[in-house]
Design a protein around this ligand. Structure first.
Ligand SMILES: Cc1cc2nc3c(=O)[nH]c(=O)nc-3n(C[C@H](O)[C@H](O)[C@H](O)COP(=O)(O)O)c2cc1C
Length: 137
C-alpha cells in the first residue's frame, strides 16, 4: 500500500550514542563504542503493520551492513525498560526528539567485528520445527 511508516536515524554523534547505550538495562551497552547506530522508528498512524515493516527493515539493513564488510547487532527496544524502569522506546524518543506516537522496534549498532563466529551447522538445526501438511497424513 506504499504507506512507508519507517524512518531511519543514522546516529554518529558520540554523546547521543552514549545516551542510547543506556536506554535499556541490558544489551545496549555496545552502542557507546559503536561507529554508527541506525534507529528504525515508525509512525503507527501511517501503517498498522509497523512491527512487520520495522522488522523487515532492520533485517535487511543487518544483511546489507554484512555485505559491506561490517557487522551489526540488533538491539531490541520494544517491551524493554531502562535500569530505572522507564520504557526503552520512550527513552529513545526523548533522546532523538521524536513524536510521542512513534514506535521504535529496535536499533542496529554498526561496527567492524572483532571476531567472526561460525553459524550453526545444518545438523544442529531443529528439523522438528518444520512440519509437513499435505493430503497424505
Ligand atoms: C529480535 C532480536 C533482538 C535482539 N536483541 C538484542 C539486544 O537487545 N542486545 C544484544 O546485544 N543483541 C540482541 N540481539 C542479537 C542476538 O543476541 C544475536 O542475534 C545472537 O546471535 C542470537 O543468537 P541465537 O541466534 O543463537 O538466538 C537480538 C537479535 C534479535 C533477532
Amino acid at each position: 500500500m506504499d504507506r512507508r511508516p519507517c524512518e531511519f536515524y543514522a546516529v554518529t554523534d558520540k554523546e547521543i550514542l552514549r545516551n542510547l547505550a543506556s536506554v535499556k538495562k541490558a544489551g545496549a551497552a555496545m552502542l557507546e563504542g559503536s561507529a554508527t547506530a541506525v534507529v528504525v522508528a515508525a509512525d503507527p498512524d501511517k501503517a498498522d503493520t509497523w512491527i512487520a515493516d520495522s522488522s523487515i527493515a532492520l533485517t535487511y539493513i543487518h544483511l546489507m551492513v554484512a555485505d559491506q564488510g561490517m557487522g551489526s547487532c540488533w538491539i531490541q527496544l520494544h517491551m524493554r525498560q531502562s535500569a530505572d524502569g522507564v520504557d526503552a522506546e520512550e527513552n529513545t524518543r526523548n533522546i532523538l526528539s521524536l513524536p510521542d506516537r512513534y514506535r521504535i522496534l529496535g536499533i542496529l549498532s554498526l561496527g567492524i567485528p572483532a571476531e567472526s563466529k561460525s553459524g550453526k551447522k545444518p545438523e544442529e538445526l531443529d528439523y522438528s520445527k518444520i512440519l509437513r501438511i499435505d493430503n497424505e497424513n
